[in-house]
Design a protein around this ligand. Structure first.
Ligand code: SF4
Length: 301
């Protein structure tokens, strides 16, 4: 690589790193994800998202005004071919506290689920139970997961298409029994940025198909649909994500969320009266990477 090409690559990498750090900091603040004295358990699968999460949270720990602890955890599910040495070597080098939990969920899942059927839902349920138990044992106050903006958007559409619900993947969530707070600090980060970052950082990625389960087909289709939309209409993904942060219950149809029954003449409803207007759909601008981040940040502030 020539000197100027190297300098350009370094410049682009710095911009990318800054963007990921800024958006993570913004999400952490907006959702009040991290508080003084927190002990955060970072779930590390060995995929690009969880490595980026750990790296970005470690940076935040160095610069944030609040003091918090981090430790990493990996669940070795005993999938055939799982390279057991990769994560301990990486984490030893980082010098961070960590725990590898060994639980043979692979055998449980393959024993129970008939061959050819998808194993992911049972596998994730088992994994969730183990992570919650470990969080308790390790005295974690929060559990951090590496899901990002595109996971959230895909989940929104999956729930609409297959679940009949307008719901996504929350940036902050309390477990059903009220014991565990789950946070997703990469909620504002784009998958494509994380991909580039992981590649440049040379994270030792562990393949995610070791269990042999087929990638969830519905998620794959939804991903492809969104990618196609974005190709045809640049800026559409950003617009969808902005919409997820601008919900107007009075203009949907959920009778439990908005009291349509008791709506009286004289009530003024936030969201505007458009009953007699033509829908005013703003034109979608074609946005480049940098502007997209700026728009997202502006919309979040
Ligand atoms: S892909 Fe494999 S490891 Fe991942 S959730 Fe599905 S069954 Fe479990």
């Amino acid at each position: 690589m020539s000197h100027s090409a190297e300098a350009k690559a370094q410049y682009n990498f710095n911009k990318l790193q800054k963007r990921l750090r800024r958006l993570t900091g913004q999400a952490v603040m907006d959702f009040n994800m991290i508080e003084d004295g927190d002990r955060i358990m970072v779930c590390l699968s060995g995929g690009k998202d969880s490595y980026t999460l750990l790296d970005t949270l470690q940076h935040l720990q160095r610069v944030a005004p609040v003091k918090f602890d981090l430790f990493a955890i990996n669940l070795d599910q005993k999938q055939p071919g799982f390279p057991e040495h990769v994560l301990p070597e990486y984490l030893d080098k980082l010098g961070i506290e960590y725990k590898i939990v060994e639980e043979d969920t692979y055998s449980i899942v393959t024993d129970i689920i008939p061959e050819g059927k998808t194993t992911c839902s049972l596998c994730s349920r088992l994994r969730r139970g183990i992570l919650y138990r470990t969080a308790k044992e390790m005295g974690a106050t929060k559990i951090a997961l590496g899901h990002h903006r595109d996971d959230m958007i895909e989940t929104l559409f999956l729930n609409m298409f297959y679940g009949g619900k307008l719901k996504s993947m929350p940036a902050k969530l309390m477990s059903d029994n009220g014991e565990h707070m789950v946070i997703r600090p990469l909620a504002y980060c784009k998958e494509v940025d994380i991909e580039k970052y992981a590649e440049r950082m040379e994270f030792p990625i562990i393949p995610c198909n070791l269990c042999g389960s087929q990638e969830n087909l519905q998620r794959k289709h939804t991903k492809a649909m969104l990618a196609e939309w974005n190709k045809q209409h640049p800026g559409r993904i950003e617009s969808i994500f902005t919409a997820m942060q601008n919900v107007v219950p009075s203009h949907l149809a959920d009778k439990d969320l908005f009291n349509f029954k008791d709506l009286q003449t004289g009530d003024v409803i936030d969201g505007g009266d458009i009953a007699l207007d033509k829908p005013d759909i703003p034109k979608q601008p074609a946005l480049d990477d940098e502007h997209i981040s700026d728009v997202v940040t502006i919309n979040l502030s």
